[in-house]
Design a protein around this ligand. Structure first.
Ligand code: FAD
Length: 247
């Protein structure tokens, strides 16, 4: 049986000249919120496939993927140009371990992302599980420029669903704003700005931290947290930090 299913693009939303969200109709076998699928195109008679986190929840009919054009990247620039009706290959099943089923009990769930790594958290937040399991949920989205703070309407729906339970904290590193934290996530943990903004302690007795995206941010943030007593969570050993690198 082929690992690829033929899908059709239903919509390609261009947020900026680099960021886009593809909605795809494909009868895949299923996935768990937080997992990734693969998108593929046949380029020069070769199938080029890459992993992309699902943004939609498993119960939603259309598959959705949030991506950025990587300069000289073979797939991402072609996906950006796809139009409704175009064919795209999708992996038969979801894969990966960046899911709540591997996250142990905690009072507070911190979801830290850079750029397009916001996606898996949106999928998770569209399911009942995080809302039923955690007293407080903090979603951090770190970008370079304000127009990269995408999915604001979806995030607003989470704020309305749980005004006391859910907090969204944007970070913008290269522009001044009056609403986002300026700079990088690890520095804002070290100097206390993130906890102050969330009005919650970032401590291993009460918190679990998911970190996704740029591997440098994942590594630097993990190190800052380890200095506070957090340990890595894995399938073999329970801990307080669950991570996924995008490259
Ligand atoms: P590639 O040859 O794959 O990449 C070239 C280089 O681009 C990489 O070496 C890296 O330096 C850089 N790069 C890769 N991805 C990114 C990125 N997202 N932001 C900035 N620089 C990057 N990408 C998404 O945009 N959205 C997702 O939901 C997503 N989910 C992923 C899940 C997993 C588990 C992994 C491993 C990767 C994921 N990626 C995601 C990255 C994605 O698979 C591709 O690598 C990316 O779209 C570029 O593809 P490409 O063929 O154009 O270039």
């Amino acid at each position: 049986m082929s690992r690829w299913i033929e899908g059709r693009v239903v919509n390609n939303q261009h947020w900026t000249d680099q960021l886009y969200s593809l909605q795809v109709d494909a009868e895949i076998e299923g996935f768990t919120a937080g997992q990734f699928g693969r998108l593929g195109l046949d380029i020069d008679e070769q199938r080029v496939g890459r992993p992309y986190s699902f943004v939609n929840a498993p119960h939603e009919q259309l598959l959705e993927f949030y991506s950025i054009i990587v300069p000289d990247g073979p797939l991402s620039s072609r996906l950006y140009r796809l139009k409704p009706g175009d064919k795209v290959w999708v992996s038969r099943k979801g894969a990966g371990f960046f899911t709540l089923s591997l996250v142990p009990e905690a009072e507070y769930l911190w979801m830290l992302s850079t750029g397009t790594a916001l996606g898996p958290y949106l999928s998770i937040l569209k399911t009942p599980e995080p809302w039923n399991r955690f007293e407080k949920i903090v979603l951090v989205h770190a970008v370079r420029k304000v127009d990269e703070l995408t999915y604001r309407a979806t995030i607003q729906s989470f704020e309305e669903k749980g005004p006391e339970q859910f907090t969204y904290i944007p970070f913008v590193s290269r522009e001044d704003t009056d609403f986002a934290i300026k700079g990088r996530v690890p520095a804002a943990i070290e100097d206390g700005r993130l906890e102050e903004r969330a009005n919650l302690p970032l401590h291993p007795d009460v918190a679990h931290v998911m970190i996704c995206g740029n591997p440098e941010m994942v590594k630097d943030t993990s190190e800052v947290l380890k200095a506070r007593g957090f340990t890595k969570n894995s399938r073999k050993e329970s801990g307080h930090i669950t991570t996924e690198n995008y490259w």
